[in-house]
Design a protein around this ligand. Structure first.
Ligand SMILES: [Cu+2]
Length: 454
C-alpha cells in the first residue's frame, strides 16, 4: 500500500509538465496507445492473462494493457479529438486516446485492473466505471468520492472485477458537457470460464448523440433533447460498419445508451433474446424471443441470435433517429399540388426546388447542395438503389461462406432463386373494397385472378 501511494504521487508529479518528466517517472506509466481512425479494428486474442474471445467494437478498437505483477494496467488519456461521424462530416469532440468513443477496455472476471487516467482536456474530469461493482472510493464521482482530476494530472483507479458483463465508462465531472462532447467507452468483463456465455461473434457499440448545426463541427453542449446526429460509437449511417457473421453462428450484440432518450433497437431477420442487462447475465429461464429491445438512458443490453443468411437491417425504430442532421421545421407537403406554385416562385428564385409532395424518398435520390461538413439527411446505397437512411442504422450481413473470424464486408447478398420480391406485371386480382356497404355478415366474395370469362 505504501508503495502504491508513493507510486500514485510519482505518477501524478510526472504530468506537471513535459520539462518536469523524469525518465524514471515516465517509465512507470504504461504507454497510452492511440487510434485516430474510424475503422473497426478486430482485436487479437489476449497476449496474456485468462483467455477470452475479444469484443469487436463497431468502428472502434480495444485498449492494450500491460501486465505488471499480475495486474492489468491500462492508460486512458482524456483529450480533444476529431471524429469523422459519417463521410462528409467531421466533428470536434472530446474523447480518449485519439477517438470518441474511447477504446473498449476488456478484462476477465477476477482480474485486478489498474487504470491510469491522464487529463489533457482544457478542464477537470473524472472517470466513472458505469455498472461495475467496486469500492466506493473508486467510483469516480467528482466531489463525492474524489477531487476532480486537474488539467495535466494523472490519476489511478484500481479494483478487482467481481462480475462479468457489459459495462461503460464516462466522466462524472461536468458530465453534461463532457458526454455531449463524446466522452465515453465500453468496458467488457468476460467470464472467468470461457465456456460460459460463449458466442462465435461478439459486437459492441454505444448509442450516443450530438447536436451539430449543419456546416458546423463542434457540438452544442447545452442541448437537452433536440439532438440532430444519432450515432453508434460516434458514427452515423452510412458510416457504421456492418455486423458480419456466418450462417448458424451464435452472435451477441452489446449496446449501451449514453444519449438523453431511449432507443428501441430493432433487428430484421433472426429473432433474438436479451441475455445480459446492466447487472449481468439473464438466466436462461427468464429470456424470451424479441425483435426489438428498448434501451433506456444509462442502460446496457446484450442480445444474442443464431445467424440466418441474408442482409438484415438493425436500427433504432424511432424513425427520426435514422436520419442525419435536418431542419425539423419541414412542413408536411404530401398531397399538396406545388406545380403552379413552383412556376411562380422560380420566376423570383430560379434555383427553387419543391420537395415532399409525394413523401420524402425523392430526397434520398437528389444531390442537393449542402453546407460544408454536413452528411446528407437520407443517404446510403444498396444493390437496389438508395437506402435513404442515416443515423442509428446498420446491416447484419450473414453469409453461408463467410469464414469464421472474418469480419470483412462480404458485399451484397446473393438471394437464392425464388426468394426475392419482384414486380408483378400480369393481371391483378380485384381488390376488395374495405369501405363498401355490405348487407350481410357473409365473408367477402373476392374474384380470383383467373376465373376467366374473357
Ligand atoms: Cu433512437
Amino acid at each position: 500500500m505504501t508503495q502504491r501511494r508513493h507510486f500514485l504521487r510519482t505518477a501524478g508529479a510526472t504530468l506537471l509538465g513535459a520539462a518536469a518528466v523524469s525518465r524514471a517517472g515516465a517509465a512507470r506509466l504504461p504507454e497510452a496507445a492511440t487510434h485516430k481512425g474510424s475503422a473497426t479494428l478486430v482485436p487479437p486474442p489476449p497476449a496474456n492473462g485468462r483467455p477470452y474471445r475479444p469484443l469487436v467494437t463497431l468502428n472502434g478498437w480495444s485498449l492494450p494493457w500491460r501486465m505488471k505483477d499480475g495486474v492489468k494496467e491500462f492508460h486512458l488519456v482524456a483529450e480533444p479529438v476529431t471524429r469523422e461521424i459519417a463521410p462528409g462530416t467531421v466533428a470536434n469532440l472530446w474523447g480518449y486516446n485519439g477517438a470518441s468513443p474511447g477504446p473498449t477496455i476488456e478484462a476477465v472476471e477476477g482480474d485486478r485492473v489498474r487504470i491510469f487516467v491522464t487529463n489533457r482536456l482544457p478542464e477537470v474530469t473524472t472517470i466513472h466505471w458505469h455498472g461495475i461493482l467496486l469500492p466506493s472510493g473508486m467510483d469516480g464521482v467528482a466531489g463525492l468520492t474524489q477531487p476532480p482530476i486537474a488539467v495535466g494530472k494523472t490519476w489511478m483507479y484500481e479494483f478487482v472485477l467481481q462480475r462479468s458483463g457489459t459495462f461503460m465508462y464516462h466522466p462524472h465531472a461536468d458530465e453534461m458537457v463532457q458526454m455531449a462532447m463524446g466522452m465515453m467507452g465500453l468496458f467488457i468483463v468476460h467470464p472467468k470460464d470461457p465456456r460460459q456465455h460463449r458466442v462465435d461473434r461478439d459486437f459492441g457499440f454505444i448509442l450516443n448523440a450530438y447536436d451539430i448545426e449543419p456546416g458546423a463541427a463542434t457540438p452544442r453542449i447545452a442541448t437537452m433533447l433536440d439532438f440532430n446526429l444519432w450515432t453508434w460509437n460516434s458514427r452515423a449511417f452510412p458510416g457504421i460498419d456492418p455486423l458480419v457473421a456466418r450462417t448458424g453462428e451464435r452472435v451477441r450484440v452489446r449496446v449501451g445508451n449514453l444519449t438523453m432518450t431511449n432507443h428501441p433497437i430493432h433487428m430484421h431477420g433472426p429473432h433474438f433474446e436479451v441475455t445480459g442487462t446492466d447487472g449481468g447475465w439473464v438466466p436462461k429461464s427468464a429470456r424470451w424471443p424479441e425483435v426489438t429491445t428498448d434501451i433506456a438512458v444509462g442502460q446496457m443490453r446484450a442480445f444474442e441470435f443464431d445467424a440466418i443468411a441474408g442482409d438484415w437491417v438493425i436500427h433504432c425504430h424511432k424513425s427520426h433517429h435514422t436520419m442525419n442532421a435536418m431542419g425539423h421545421g419541414v412542413p408536411t407537403m404530401i398531397g399538396v399540388q406545388q406545380k403552379d406554385l413552383l412556376e411562380k416562385i422560380q420566376r423570383l428564385v430560379p434555383d427553387y426546388m419543391v420537395m415532399g409532395d409525394r413523401g420524402m424518398h425523392d430526397m434520398a435520390e437528389m444531390e442537393m447542395p449542402l453546407p460544408d461538413n454536413t452528411a446528407p439527411m437520407m443517404t446510403g446505397t444498396g444493390p437496389f438503389g438508395p437506402i435513404g437512411m442515416g443515423g442509428m442504422f446498420s446491416v447484419v450481413k450473414v453469409r453461408d461462406d463467410q469464414r469464421p473470424g472474418d469480419y470483412t464486408d462480404p458485399g451484397p447478398y446473393r438471394h437464392p432463386a425464388g426468394t426475392l420480391a419482384s414486380e408483378y406485371t400480369a393481371e391483378l386480382p380485384e381488390a376488395p373494397q374495405a369501405g363498401a356497404p355490405r348487407t350481410s355478415t357473409a365473408p367477402l366474395q373476392v374474384r380470383k385472378p383467373h376465373d376467366g370469362h374473357h
